[in-house]
Design a protein around this ligand. Structure first.
Ligand code: PHE
Length: 347
């Protein structure tokens, strides 16, 4: 009975009841499906009369089911919306955030410390030419110091026929900074710059990675001497390690681009089996430095009789390890968030 089916659909108050009705009417064993099957046994005349009736019934039932289903779903949604309230004063859940990598953080700290001492940041390319990386720094071709740098050379020369390489240290930025200042003020001008950045050497083991970070310092002025260098390094290391008991030891050394050259050790104390910077129980090397060689000042386009200076260079990765008590250099470049967060470097 079609009328009865339609009124039962209209009376259904939940989706489960409605689905039960659909199965009992239109399902494989449903009553309307059974009616459709009777068509096969009818005479053609009978079928002409009954066929359209049965199909019309199936259509109206299908429509009624869909209409009732939409109405019930809509009602359920309305009910849910009416029950829900949003408290806009609740604190938002915290979502994970990235963090500054320890190397970037240390480079920022260094830039800030040196900015307080009047140093600007200078930069140079990581793909450098042989002249800036070596020759201008008093390492002419066949100079033995070149062999110590394990340089990554490019197989081809550049458009100006220069031999190209990945810079092995940040010292070529010394040359670039001098050339730049001379271009701006012919005859020269005082210069106080640091140059932090990536450097490359074909070297890889537990304490060496083929890419690492250095920071270079360069001061050019009139009457600069070793005392200025020592004061600058002491002031910087005290600020960086946030301790007053920093003790430096300067040892004579050799770099082609400085004369005299000094290697700088910082004193440490052993605390819980770890070396902590400060005091002087032992010494570790932290810096290479010296008075800028006259030939280097000349290569920068300045008159070495008029201008003097000091320069230093150090490994940023090593400084970061010392400051934060990290002991695996390679871990810096693994990007393992667990390692970073262990040292407090992630949210
Ligand atoms: N460039 C040297 C190095 O990579 C460090 C250095 C810089 C030494 C400036 C003296 C002056 O080892």
């Amino acid at each position: 009975n079609g009328q009865e089916a339609l009124s039962r659909i209209a009376a259904a108050t939940d989706l489960d009841t409605l689905e039960g009705l659909r199965v009992s009417l239109l399902g494989k064993q449903g009553s309307i499906s059974a009616l459709l099957k009777t068509l096969g046994a009818m005479s053609p005349d009978e079928r002409k009369v009954e066929g359209p009736k049965i199909h019309a019934l199936r259509e109206s039932v299908t429509e009624a089911l869909a209409g009732r289903k939409a109405a019930l779903e809509n009602a359920a949604l309305e009910e849910q919306l009416a029950a829900q309230t949003i408290d806009l004063t609740l604190p938002a859940p915290e979502s994970p955030r990235g963090s500054i990598h320890p190397i970037s953080q240390v480079m920022d700290e260094l830039a800030e410390i040196f900015a307080d001492m009047g140093f600007a940041v200078a930069t140079g390319p990581e793909i450098e030419d042989d002249w800036h990386n070596f020759t201008a720094l008093n390492m002419p071709e066949s100079h033995p110091a070149r062999a110590m740098h394990d340089t990554f050379y490019f197989p081809d020369r550049d458009a100006e026929n220069r031999e190209m390489l990945l810079r092995t240290h940040t010292s070529p930025v010394q040359i670039r900074a001098m050339i730049d200042v001379v271009r701006e003020s012919p005859g020269g001008a005082p210069l106080r710059v640091i140059a932090p950045g990536r450097v490359y050497r074909s070297d890889s083991d537990a304490t060496h990675t083929p890419m690492f970070h250095q920071i270079e310092g360069l001061v050019i002025d009139k009457g600069i001497h070793l005392g200025h260098l020592k004061w600058t390094l002491e002031t910087f290391l005290k600020a960086f390690f946030e301790r007053e008991d920093i003790v430096l030891r300067l040892r004579p050394s050799y770099f082609p681009f400085t004369e005299p050259s000094v290697e700088v050790d910082v004193g440490y104390t052993i605390v819980n089996g770890k070396r902590v910077v400060g005091g002087s129980e032992g010494w570790m090397e932290v810096l290479g430095s010296g008075m800028v060689n006259r030939k280097v000042i000349a290569a920068g386009g300045l008159d070495p009789d008029e201008w003097q200076g000091f320069a230093f260079g150090t490994g940023v990765d090593r400084l970061a390890m010392l400051k934060y008590g990290m002991d695996d250099l390679r871990a810096f470049f693994d990007g393992d968030v667990r390692w970073l967060s262990h040292y407090g470097f992630s949210a």
